[in-house]
Design a protein around this ligand. Sequence first.
Ligand code: G3I
Length: 456
Amino acid sequence: MVQISPDGISARPHLPACTRRALSLVTAGVLALAGVVSLAGPAEAVGTLGNAAAAKGRYFGTAVAAHHLGEAQYASTLDAQFDSVTPENEMKWDAIESTRNSFNYSSADQIVNRARSKGMKVRGHTLVWHSQLPGWVGGLGTADLRTAMNNHITQVMTHYKGKIDSWDVVNEAYQDGSSGARRSSPFQDKLGNGFIEEAFRTARAVDAGAKLCYNDYNTDGQNAKSNAVYAMVKDFKQRGVPIDCVGFQSHFNSNSPVPSDYRANLQRFADLGVDVQITELDIEGSGSSQAASYSSVVNACLAVTRCTGITVWGVTDKYSWRSSGTPLLFDGNYNKKPAYDAVLTALGGSTGGGSGSCTATYTQTATWNGGFNGQVTIKAGGSAISSWTVPVTVTSPQKVSATWNGSPTWDTSGNVMTVKPSGNGYLAAGASTSFGFTVNTNGNTSTPAVGSCTAS
Ligand code: G3I
């Protein structure tokens, strides 16, 4: 049983400020529900990625590079905003076992120990991968390679036993494109299809407390590659091969945007009985379009009960593996980008501008004998909003015959439609969008009454 001290939080002094705040909210909520205390004053704003995600039962993490931890702004942004970390390169085979049987954990330890001292989760990335693999591995014969693979998994997982939330046991084992085939690698080519199963079985035997994930990219929507991974996971679950989670890297740009079936794809994997995690999220772009894409990813995760967390692939654009695409939530000066506001808003947090607001403004854009077109422009106030609704009332016997860029719901009179976004409703602070509609006047040319915009 968790002991709760008088302030409800000091029983866990090792937790970071953001986690303690989230805990205090949860604790206060539990106590209030039990009738033990009543909350005085306004509820505390949920104002960081980590604690907003925690309030939704998820973690929000970032990839971390050990050699940036000494930079004050890097460290303070990491500590303030995130509650999970993934070493970006420090746990890869070439970093830990560049020479056979000689294990160097120093950089990875630096990240793991620091994160754990601040109450953050750690994702282990990655045990078996064709890339960043030292040359000696590829030179081994079949039996020796099997020994080396199982030894690497065993040594590394033993070193970190009890400290890792989820391990990417096998990374990127499938080809891109339409084949659905496995990628050529020393493991695939010499050990055959069974190498993935063997890696997972070995991993489970070492640390039964860590969640074991398969992680890949270009598997974010339903396609030949994700279908192949799906078939593997289904087979593993049916045969009792130990797998707990599937990681969806989610590296997006204009050539590879967030797929329209992203949520459905996460859900079909979850329905196999595994957790799903968004493991390396970054989206090239800027401004409100980048923000809207980030928002859709967060909303997809929140819509899937078994989507347990999101990790972005870096703290700041300047250290991203594709920095020219400015794909992250903080710019090179650690300023929060619109994408940051979008993520926090989607997580239900507050960006500090108070609760979101919006305005709705009507204009008539065309008129003809017997009808007219109206347009309503929605503008977000001083903070980003996730979505909006606007009521529009026409006067009988007028009839609305068409709407566009908005999705109407009608009241029973048939005169009042409440319009919400057709797709993603995210608007950055001060940003605008519009929807339109056609009215058949049936002899009445009154101007429609546009009610106030409600933000959420
Ligand atoms: O550390 C050396 C440095 O000493 C040297 O001077 C420098 C010269 O190029 O290279 C440095 O190593 C680089 C390393 O990143 C650390 O910065 C490597 O060249 C470079 O290849 C390596 O890139 C990493 C890449 O994986 C390797 O495949 C990226 O940082 C890392 O973000 C990226 O992460 C991968 C995930 O693990 C798997 N999914 C895709 C994702 C993006 O590619």
